[in-house]
Design a protein around this ligand. Sequence first.
Ligand SMILES: O=P(O)(O)O[C@@H]1[C@@H](OP(=O)(O)O)[C@H](OP(=O)(O)O)[C@H](O)[C@H](OP(=O)(O)O)[C@H]1OP(=O)(O)O
Ligand SMILES: Nc1ncnc2c1ncn2[C@@H]1O[C@H](COP(=O)(O)OP(=O)(O)OP(=O)(O)O)[C@@H](O)[C@H]1O
Ligand SMILES: [Zn+2]
Length: 452
Amino acid sequence: MMTVVLQAEDDASEWSYRGEGAVNLVLSYSGNSQDFIGKVLRIPKVPRNDSDHENGHSGLNTLECILWRDSQDLVLAPTREVAEQLYVKHVMCPLLGPEHVDAGVPVYASREFLEAVERNVLCQRPSWRVDAAKVNALNDFVILMSDHSVFPRRIIKEALSISVELKPKCGFLPTSEFIAKGNAIKRSVTRFRMHQALKLLQGKISQKSEYNPLDLFSGSKNRVQKAINNLFITPQNNFRVFLNGSLIFGGLGGGAEKTNFVVGEAFEEALKHVIMVEDGMHTKYFLELVADAVFKSELLNQLLEVQKLDTVDIEGAIHAYYNIIGQPCAVCRDRNESELSKRCSMLHSLPLDESLKIVRDYLISATAKDLSMIISFRPREKGDPESPYEVVFLKPTAQSFDFKASFIDLDMKPLEKMEYYYKLDQQIVRCYAQTLKEDHFEDVATIKGISH
Ligand SMILES: O=P(O)(O)O[C@@H]1[C@@H](OP(=O)(O)O)[C@H](OP(=O)(O)O)[C@H](O)[C@H](OP(=O)(O)O)[C@H]1OP(=O)(O)O
Ligand SMILES: Nc1ncnc2c1ncn2[C@@H]1O[C@H](COP(=O)(O)OP(=O)(O)OP(=O)(O)O)[C@@H](O)[C@H]1O
Ligand SMILES: [Zn+2]
């Protein structure tokens, strides 16, 4: 490992901004080195207000070493970045299928290289991402991995490639017996929908998304199509499209609001050389192509299985967490004598191994609820050699496309996030219940207003 080195400041100019999330900056390669063609670099960031995490030299902490002890390599990782890479390789990859996951390799990057890269891409980053975090230039390692938005270069000719990035989020409703009566709404309304209400209140979005994850995971062709159409209407950070690696739809480095006429027209124009159909129909048929591929790939079934490792919900897993950290349970402390509290206190008598398994599965599921998928297409022409990829046929245009699908952003969630997960969950439910009440009063007021 790590024969590749990114040392000189000059090398930085060959890397351009591809995107970013809360934790990583991603760059794609535009130079000629065989080591990097068709690859992206994933560079960890640090929050600007967090001096504790300025150097990336520590691997897992003591409790995380106990949690992940079955994966020996992980525990021995010298840095957090190497631990993350091993987590993808040893934990997520076997669950999601190695053909759809590239854990990448850690490569050494000098401080000069990282600082130069950060300078070069600064003006392309959304300002709120710049304010929130910066590249951790003291990091020794960054991850080099396949650029899933393009196909490996073919010797004969360069085909165009169009790729769609989806962030599906949680695709099922929880049924855990540990969910409090007051939170029963969680059993019938998706987490995604409820979270939209909170994000709206916090000003993180200006409009609720039309997307329903249950449609995407439904296994029904019509509902998958509905999900894709709704993602197109309100992409937020759940839907992006790249043409030959350049963004043509959605928010770069963050979310995008409701698709207006201008954005819709620009997208229609960008699809002109991809979908061979009369003007005005490119987007419609492209969205059909995407839905067909999602439906055909069965990747979401696999993903749903992994998400469902969360069997007890955060309202169950939080108790196991307190067992692991060896502290009195803050949730049980505030409870009175009820059936539920008896059930929850039983969780506190579980052997350590079982508590570890509950929390491990919860965190793996959290990764699966937060990852993204990239589905890439390239048109097939008559006489093209047999495809190593799956093929999808777009009937209305009589075009065939090779497609491949991969998972990205399979980061390990820190154990210490469990308390935050519990608090966020309660906040989401409370906020949703409140907006329901307000909507109800508004409805009543409207009816009264009309009848008076
Ligand atoms: O909690 P959620 O469901 O809002 O997910 C967070 C994401 O928000 P989303 O709602 O998808 O916009 C959030 O995405 P954004 O920053 O909003 O693009 C992150 O992916 C975050 O994970 P991490 O802190 O980077 O490890 C995600 O946190 P985790 O819950 O996955 O730890
Ligand atoms: N292997 C890849 N191939 C192509 N594009 C990629 C790849 N990995 C990441 N990207 C692009 O870079 C963006 C940011 O990457 P990623 O989601 O891994 O960041 P993150 O900070 O870990 O995200 P999050 O906030 O969800 O934790 C993605 O949305 C995607 O557009
Ligand atoms: Zn408890």
